[in-house]
Design a protein. Structure first.
Length: 107
């Protein structure tokens, strides 16, 4: 493909010198340099493949790994129940709100 390329004077001088050293044409020196630069850029952009390290979660015998969602729901319900038991409610005295607060008794 024929195209017009404007090079800075210092780059043109380097390309001419490189072409003379290798005994190739100026055009070939430019093509090789561009290919080398593009190749290095492509290699430097590649990220290493992440390494996955597996390990045992140490589940106790009897825990069905297919029902972990159910286990999470049960633990969440248990935590909610515990939270509700320890919740603080306002104390009402003679129909007015008091600034005193008390813990709701456990039923």
């Amino acid at each position: 493909m024929r195209t017009t390329l404007t090079l800075d004077d210092d780059l043109a001088g380097l390309m001419k010198r490189r072409a003379r050293e290798l005994g190739i044409s100026f055009e070939e020196a430019v093509n090789r340099t561009i290919r080398a630069g593009i190749g290095e850029a492509m290699l430097s952009r590649r990220h290493p493949v992440p390494k996955t390290i597996s390990h045992s979660f140490g589940f106790k015998p009897g825990i069905d790994l297919d029902k972990l969602g159910q286990l999470a729901d049960e633990l969440e319900a248990e935590a909610f129940f515990h939270f509700e038991q320890c919740r603080v409610y306002p104390l009402t005295v003679s129909g007015r709100d008091s600034t005193t607060r008390s813990v709701r008794p456990i039923a």
